[in-house]
Design a protein around this ligand. Structure first.
Ligand code: AMP
Length: 559
């Protein structure tokens, strides 16, 4: 830790906390904070900025204070000289550890003559020490450090030390206020501050550079492998046609139902961050091995989805959570629940790439990643324009059939926008609930497929048990199953006109789809977007099929 010269009192920060709490107006909060940041020595500006957010370390830091409420209460009881019960009662009465500490400290007998006033550096240093303690007697050593701080604290200082320790500052400051305050304090465009925050995720560094080097300094800040960035987020697609139309040409990708990670490599060090910016590298040793084997030994940041498999098929998200949260027996679990990595973006390769259009980033990814099937792959993708929308539909169908969630629709011209939920990346998912519907007819294919029924007319039942058509579904089946289904429907045929047939309603199919829409085309008044056959339900009879009423209520719930 650097040797700090600053003697700035912790009380000054506490006064700011109190002032911030006294107003709910964002502009006033910004002004208070801006004034304080302006008057803080550059040396401790990073610390003060983090502390004003109620943090000691940036979000991506692996350091944690690691003090539970119980331990803090114990420290308070020892410093104030009251029983644990008294502290517990006070927390209950006040509804907050901060108010409780303040009240208890107000009644403390203390000879302030012999205590030195707390400085910001002292508070920060002790908090940092807390994070460094582990192993034997950790609790005892931690409590000693806390006691040292609290002994010198005034009631209001005790209030904010307590809240900082349990990471609940409650002064109503978020990153947005920090952005505005830094901009106001150092007279820098908000957008420049925002971008610097987005790229570094380090408000302390941003404030320091803003003060020391101004706008020019902030503009020079960029991604650094090893420091995670917030992931770019997606919106729901309002419909494939309009989304593709808006983008002109879109890159559609399989949407894997897994766990998003950002992999950073800097020199020999590899880190794997979750979307909440936690480094889970220890839990996923095979991903590290794949990165070593399949990506060049260069500084880089790539992003992708990890999925878990059993017998080669994707399995529930729960299993991945089991894997990534795991601290022990990782090697055993690794064999039981193998992981597959699907990369879908690159943010840094030798240099930052976030301003490079997505289409070009993908080319970089393809040029650097060596694919290992079923281990380390690139996301499956097709380029879709308004002229070949059916390719998006085919991708959707094959994605669902392979046990994935749906598709992503991405703008090839878009930069990477950390933390932004914009229109440049859209998702189209299958509804979580499938429908069981009965085959009432079908249509023969053309050409080579002329003797195979390729598309099936599906129906649901109304309240009286009458069948009402709702959709044609074409695919989702492998060739053998399609042949089996076609033969079955032929054997139930009651009418044939041209390529169209009607069949006795006996075969039940489980259908996944992206959306229910109103449609005059079908008897039910509804239709399914992107219907995909998940399986033939031999175990179900006509009385088990879904009702128009249920379809209506799913529609109403979504619209
Ligand atoms: P959601 O979590 O439902 O908002 O959907 C967006 C998420 O889908 C992303 O955060 C990723 O975790 C995940 N995802 C799966 N496959 C892809 C892909 N090919 N491209 C981008 N995100 C994907």
């Amino acid at each position: 830790m650097p040797e700090f010269q600053s003697k700035m009192r912790y009380k000054e920060l506490v006064d700011v906390y109190e002032a911030l709490t006294s107003t709910t107006k964002r502009l006033e909060k910004t002004a208070i904070l801006a004034e304080f940041l302006k008057n803080t020595e550059t040396e401790i500006l990073p610390i003060v900025t983090l502390l004003s957010l109620g943090k000691v370390f940036p979000v991506w830091s692996e350091k944690e204070i690691g003090i539970g409420l119980k331990l803090l209460m114990k420290a308070i009881s020892l410093v104030v000289g009251v029983s644990m019960d008294t502290v517990e009662d006070s927390v209950r009465d006040n509804g907050d550890i901060g108010f409780a500490a303040e009240a208890l400290f107000a009644n403390r007998y203390q000879s302030t003559l012999f205590t030195r006033p707390l400085t910001i550096v002292k508070v920060y240093k002790n908090m940092t020490k807390l994070a460094e303690i582990s192993g034997k007697n950790a609790q005892t050593r931690k409590i000693r450090i806390l006691i040292e701080l609290l002994t010198s604290a005034s009631p209001s200082e005790a209030k904010y030390i307590s809240r900082t320790v349990v990471e609940e500052l409650r002064v109503g400051i978020g990153e947005g206020t920090i952005k505005d305050a830094v901009s106001e304090a150092f007279n820098i465009e908000k957008e420049v501050v925002e971008r610097a925050l987005m790229l570094t995720n380090d408000p302390g560094l941003v404030a320091e550079v803003a003060k020391a080097e101004g706008e020019g300094g902030l503009k020079k800040l960029n991604l650094i492998p090893g420091k995670p960035v917030k992931p770019m987020l997606s919106q729901l697609s309002p419909g494939i046609e309009s989304s593709v139309e808006e983008m002109g040409a879109a890159i559609c990708e399989t949407k894997y139902d897994g766990f998003r990670v950002q992999i950073h490599r800097r020199g020999d060090e590899i880190k794997v961050f979750t979307r909440r910016l936690d480094n889970i590298v220890k839990a996923v040793p095979e991903i590290v091995e794949y990165v070593q084997k399949c990506l060049p030994h260069e500084d880089l940041i790539v992003e992708g989805e990890i999925i878990a498999t059993k017998d080669g098929n994707p399995i529930s998200f729960q299993y991945i959570l089991q894997r990534v949260r795991r601290k022990y027996e990782i090697e055993r679990l690794r064999l039981e629940v193998p992981l597959i990595m699907y990369l879908f973006d690159v943010l840094y390769y030798k240099k930052p790439l976030i301003d490079t259009p997505f289409g070009e980033r993908r080319q970089v990814l393809e040029s650097i990643a060596k694919v290992e099937p079923s281990k380390f792959e690139l996301s499956n993708q097709v380029i879709v324009t308004p002229e070949n929308i059916e390719d998006a539909q085919k991708l959707f169908e094959s994605s669902i059939k392979d046990g994935h969630e749906g598709i992503m629709i991405k703008d090839p011209l878009a930069p990477y926008m950390p933390g932004i939920r914009g229109k440049k990346m859209l998702k189209l998912k299958a509804e979580p609930e499938t429908l069981d519907l009965v085959v009432v007819g079908g249509t023969y294919g053309r050409g080579r497929r002329a003797n195979l029924i390729g598309s099936y007319l599906m129906a649901a039942q109304d309240e009286e048990g009458n069948l009402k058509t709702i959709a044609h579904t074409a695919t989702g089946l492998d060739d053998a199953t399609l042949l089996e289904l076609s033969n079955k429907v032929e054997s139930l045929m009651i009418e044939k006109k041209g390529r169209k047939v009607k069949a006795r309603p006996e075969i039940i199919l489980e259908i996944a789809y992206s959306e229910i829409v109103k449609s005059p085309e079908y008897e039910s008044g509804y239709s399914l977007r992107f219907p995909v056959v998940k399986r033939i339900r031999d175990d179900k009879g006509i009385e088990d099929i879904d009702t128009v009423h249920r379809i209506e209520s799913i529609f109403n719930a979504r619209n």
